[in-house]
Design a protein around this ligand. Structure first.
Ligand code: GZL
Length: 309
């Protein structure tokens, strides 16, 4: 009857909003900017109070942000870790404060996995392997030797380490295919351009046939360097990258990129859902991986239109 309804509604406390402290690692790439926007939009849509601090790619600043969140007594802490090592101490401080942790995007390398509830992010090893499989298929009729240049992401970061490992695990199948030049370029367009310029100083007989860039921003910078050297990206030098940003897919459609492995930044909703489930006392799987694909030139034109980043 309505008396029960009235009494229940009077006693039911309005839910106090969850406060989520998010240590975002930087704004180095289009992927990162889209990831930040996804987290902000998802927080607004789910009524979660987001306190986000940007670390400008500094792990030290991430530690400072996390200590601020502990002082603020936030309900949940999310971390996109710039590198995978060095997280034990700060995560023990958070655990001692009784605050649950979600690792977002990149992963941390800790022995004690009770230091976080779950990791939501891509399988970077698989992304590297996809790039390698594309290359083996694309060059299956080309006799060696085949020289590969590699633009690595941030040294010590999970995506850079694992994309490199996944790629190498596949291309090692051809002993006449080798990575002859490799250097970190921090996932940025400017460093990708600068490092590729250096690679192209090599004498013609040492010049790479292929570039594997660990993300689109470095690939786009490298495309400039390849053109500056009077060479055709996508033809004289095959270019492979990871992420799937609009700009990369436009270059893919234009034939200056040959394949772009998808890495999905739009994982804000999964983070908010995880925060709600944690606060509701539910347990979560230790690892949640978004579905991902690979973009080739045939599919590029149609893929560009739908891109949200
Ligand atoms: C991968 C993410 C990487 C992107 C880069 O999930 O951490 O960092 O591939 C970004 O574009 O800078």
């Amino acid at each position: 009857g309505d008396w029960l309804q009235t009494s229940v509604s009077e006693t039911a406390k309005p839910e106090t909003p969850i406060t989520l402290g998010f240590s975002q690692l930087g704004k180095e790439s289009a992927w990162r900017v889209a990831n930040t926007a996804s987290v902000q939009e998802a927080a607004a849509e789910s009524g979660i109070r987001l306190v986000m601090k940007n670390a400008e790619q500094s792990q030290k600043k991430q530690f400072e942000a996390i200590r601020d969140f502990i002082q603020m007594k936030v309900d949940v802490i999310a971390i996109a870790p710039v590198v995978e090592s060095g997280w034990e101490d700060i995560l023990r401080e958070v655990k001692a404060a009784g605050i649950p942790v979600v690792i977002l995007d990149r992963s941390v390398n800790v022995k004690d996995t009770s230091l976080f509830v779950t990791t939501i992010g891509s399988n970077f090893y698989e992304e590297g392997a996809k790039a390698g499989k594309y290359l083996l298929d694309r060059l299956r009729h080309l006799p060696g030797p085949i020289r590969i240049a590699e633009l690595q992401g941030t040294s010590g970061s999970a995506p850079s380490i694992q994309r490199g490992e996944g790629f190498r695990s596949v291309v090692s199948a051809r002993e006449d295919m080798s990575i002859t030049q490799s250097a970190p370029a921090d996932f940025t367009e400017d460093k990708g351009r600068a490092i590729m310029r250096g690679f192209l100083q090599a004498p013609a007989e040492k010049r790479p046939h292929v570039l594997f860039a660990h993300n689109d921003d470095m690939a786009l910078g490298a495309i400039d360097a390849i053109e500056e050297a009077g060479l055709k990206p996508g033809e004289d030098i095959l270019v492979l990258s990871v992420d799937g940003s609009r700009r990369a897919l436009e270059q893919l459609a234009a034939g200056k990129l040959n394949a772009v492995v998808e890495c999905n930044p739009l994982i804000g909703p999964q983070l908010m859902q995880a925060a709600k489930e944690i606060m509701a006392g539910r347990t979560l799987p230790k690892r949640m991986v978004p579905p991902e694909d690979i973009f080739t030139q045939e599919r590029a034109a149609e893929a560009v239109n739908g891109r949200k980043f």
